[in-house]
Design a protein around this ligand. Structure first.
Ligand SMILES: Cc1cc2nc3c(=O)[nH]c(=O)nc-3n(C[C@H](O)[C@H](O)[C@H](O)COP(=O)(O)OP(=O)(O)OC[C@H]3O[C@@H](n4cnc5c(N)ncnc54)[C@H](O)[C@@H]3O)c2cc1C
Length: 387
């Protein structure tokens, strides 16, 4: 099936597809059944250099942009896999590259590129404040050459499969800052060390096979040198990661969307009921055609968000809109795919119910559709703030 972008980045697409072909549907199905982590798959991606795509060449990576990184993620999902197991390293990377010190880049990037370290986790969300990020209660207090962290996080993914985590904490109380976005800072946390010294990790069993956790910080001490950038400016820096995350997840949803459209198109062409293929009925054709149109449109916004991100132009609106459109389109495609497989859509061996669950997540995480609508209303259209 020809679609927007399918004739671009051919080398990357061919190579990622070839790697993904070694991990067929049965592999991902089994991992899902076992609620396991696709260790071999992520290792293979790392060995092939894809997990170091964004790392500049002088630190051992390939020096590619977010556009190329998004193509890698898209291809994984389009091949039936789930980038959710490994996309953290992609969206966290620019936070470190763009805002970290030269010392930090030297310390971490070559080892990440070599596959010795993983930077798969980002700790932002908290149980009592939810999407209202500037009100987070986790604090980091500077004591000489250390910061002492106290508080709680929720839904923090891949902690058990990552050596490093980027953590957002408040360093100046909300009551003492002029703007609520000030006084927040980000840190690199050595996960294994933190687990010995005051960070407790409690896994959350959830609807998708997505390794995610509650974190509890009880006087966790981390070296002051682990602060990224300037103290108090962390909100600005974390947006680098969040915009990348939204854009990459848009690409993943687009990969899912094409996967659903491919699957259902093939199935309805072959499945005969009432003496003819079900795909001959327009009641079946139209929702599939509609899904394809919407995935294509979302794909245009994804490439625009990528272009702006790579050019270091403001891209908040485009990253949010790409994520909104792509998550909605993949969900519609998932619905059509499930519907027209009839009962077989519910059978695990068809992989549709798994991908259906996986793509549903993106209506809520990493940002809910309502919050995107609110961002566009306020920041793009200039409507009055509602909160
Ligand atoms: C599987 C999974 C993995 C995740 N991984 C990570 C991770 O690695 N790191 C991390 O930091 N976070 C992670 N998250 C958290 C995720 O980003 C949040 O769940 C998401 O941002 C929504 O926040 P919340 O759950 O606190 O919902 P809330 O903020 O409580 O909102 C609940 C719902 O209320 C609605 N709502 C809230 N406020 C408004 C408003 N003002 N106007 C209109 N509607 C509103 C929205 O529809 C929203 O869906 C993950 C979540 C899941 C489920």
């Amino acid at each position: 099936m020809q679609n927007i972008g399918s004739d671009q980045f051919q080398d990357i697409r061919d190579a990622v597809r070839a790697l993904c072909a070694e991990f067929p549907d049965e592999y991902h199905r089994k991992i899902d059944e076992q609620r396991g982590y696709p260790e071999e798959f992520v290792n293979a991606l790392t060995r092939a250099g894809w997990m170091a795509a964004l790392i500049p060449e002088e630190y051992g990576g390939s020096g590619l942009g977010l556009t190329e990184a998004s193509v890698i993620m898209e291809e994984i999902n389009r091949a039936g896999g789930n980038s959710g197991a490994c996309h953290g390293q992609m969206y966290n990377m620019n936070t470190l590259i763009r805002h970290g010190s030269e010392e930090q880049r030297q310390k971490y990037l070559p080892r990440i590129a070599a596959g010795e370290l993983r930077l798969q986790s980002m700790g932002v969300t908290e149980p009592t404040t939810g999407t209202d990020t500037t009100r987070i209660k986790t604090t980091a207090v500077c004591k000489g050459d250390r910061y002492v962290i106290n508080g709680q996080k929720v839904w923090i993914s891949r902690v058990q499969h990552s050596e490093l985590m980027i953590l957002l904490a408040r360093t100046t109380p909300l009551a003492e800052v002029k703007k609520k976005t000030e006084g927040l800072s980000i840190f690199i946390v050595d996960v294994k060390e933190a687990m010995q010294k005051g960070m407790q990790v409690r896994p959350i069993l959830n609807m998708v096979n997505h390794e995610t956790n509650e974190l509890f910080f009880d006087n966790l001490e981390i070296p002051a040198e682990n602060l990224i950038g300037e103290e108090g400016q962390g909100f600005k820096y974390i947006l680098t990661g969040l915009n990348a995350e939204r854009t990459l997840i848009a690409a993943e949803c687009i990969g899912d969307g094409y996967w659903f459209v491919d699957r259902v198109t093939k199935y309805v062409s072959e499945r005969n009921v009432f003496g003819r293929p079900i795909g001959q009925n327009q009641g079946v054709q139209f929702p599939i055609a509609e899904s394809f149109i919407e995935v294509e449109a979302a794909n245009l916004m994804r490439f625009e968000a990528c272009r702006r991100y790579d050019a270091q132009e403001p891209c908040g609106a485009q990253a949010n809109m790409a994520k909104y459109l792509a998550a909605k389109a993949s969900w519609e495609a998932a619905n059509a795919c499930l519907q027209f497989h009839g009962g077989f859509g519910f059978a695990c061996e068809y992989d549709i119910e798994r991908k259906f669950r996986e793509t549903r997540l993106y209506q809520v995480a990493p940002i809910s559709t309502n919050l995107i609508l609110s961002y566009v209303a306020e920041h793009v259209l200039g409507l009055p703030r509602s909160f």
